[in-house]
Design a protein around this ligand. Sequence first.
Ligand code: SF4
Length: 142
Amino acid sequence: MLSCSEKGRTERVLTVCPYCGTGCGLYLVVEDGHIAGVEPDSLHPVNEGELCVKGYFGYQHVEDPRRLTAPLVKKDGRFTPVSWDEALNFVAGRLTRIRQESGPDAFVLFASARATNEENYVAQKFARAVMGTNNVDHCARL
Ligand code: SF4
């Protein structure tokens, strides 16, 4: 994560835009340990110094206090923070029960344009090989 702790110090941190699978290269401009802006990486082979509006301005959520920092499971009608193990066991149990009670085609997987090709490949593989359905779709409807 960010390593700027010195007061008044500005640093440019090379990273990759997380907003879509294009993977544009950019620098986070970090002042006093906080992201103050974004600059495109002019040497990155994908974006060659360009960014779309999401790449330039989509960083405010990083320090938003409303950001989720733990998985939530509804208990007694209220979303409750739980460990990743508990959340994943909960989801696995529910998916198993849905498949047993209603069949594989009761499940559909919607993949994301924010994920890489490799992540989307794994997601569709999960739907087909684990859940046993070809109900696979994607959010990119251009
Ligand atoms: S959201 Fe925009 S800047 Fe970010 S990787 Fe995708 S195209 Fe590049």
